[in-house]
Design a protein around this ligand. Sequence first.
Ligand SMILES: Cc1cc2nc3c(=O)[nH]c(=O)nc-3n(C[C@H](O)[C@H](O)[C@H](O)COP(=O)(O)O)c2cc1C
Length: 318
Amino acid sequence: MKRTCLCDLLGIEYPIFQGGMLWLATAELAVAVSNAGALGVISPLAGMERHGDPSKNLKDQISKSRDLTGKPFGVNIPLDLQYSGILIDVVLREKVGIVITAAGDPGHYTELLHQEGIRVLHVVSSVRQAKNAESCNVDAVITEGVEAAGHIGFDELPLFSLIPQVADAISIPIIAAGGIVDARGVVAAISLGAEGVQLGTRFVAVEENIASPEYKQAIIASKDTDTVITCRKLLPTRSLKSEFSRSLLELEESGVSADDIRDYLGYSRARRGQLEGDMANGEAYCGASTGLIKEIIPAALVVRRLVEGYQEIIKKIV
Ligand SMILES: Cc1cc2nc3c(=O)[nH]c(=O)nc-3n(C[C@H](O)[C@H](O)[C@H](O)COP(=O)(O)O)c2cc1C
């Protein structure tokens, strides 16, 4: 597969990222991806018990990753978590090499992280956000289209439109995310101006992911029309269609306030759906290309198929 500037910037073999997944991206998953030559990413609450201590959990996940691999890995910090500052303290103290911030202003912590020699990447979903991230001196942007699983941008821009417009607007590297599952998506993203790709849903349905069997099976069983966007006014989110997403949409359509929806969501519906397997009462984030995922395989095989498939496509089209 094509080496891009991200390989040298981050010390990785392939410009492929496993996306952060708040409750699911454990050290074991990230290490499996990193050992395959891509970039594994750990998330602060992954592997933590309900109402556990996020900062202790993150510290444990970082030290476990270091025990299991000498390769680079990243840490994802959603800046909308109340305690994101405490998590930033952890990555600074632990001198993690790569931090991926999301859902907030990259102006808050980028300089502080850079002072410790940490590479900072930020998730964006519009040209405006990408320009702001560049002006905050982040090293690269993960540019996420509306196809992505989980929280998406309010503007709901499709990846095919978003990547070339962002590429024309900024000069730092772009990692494309949203709806990429196989090598066709990788070639398309690179053609549109990305230097790398990030996959989320594909790395849920892998052996090393701690996601519940119910959630993994629902991904395998799903087809093109089986995802839906909820919470459009509060925090637009793409998930599998389910009893839960239907009742949430009904509540939204009834015109209740954002606070009522927040109350209804309560303490992590994502944990319930994704980790505890309660598909009727929990959110099961899922990308729009879910219909392409047919089997649960090892994470390293996902990486290998992307790399080999990329070569085959390039041979065909050149
Ligand atoms: C279960 C799950 C949880 C996620 N949690 C986060 C998160 O905590 N932080 C983040 O930046 N992105 C999160 N994402 C988004 C992914 O990192 C990735 O960008 C996205 O899934 C890409 O779209 P795809 O699923 O179509 O490949 C999550 C995705 C999934 C599937």
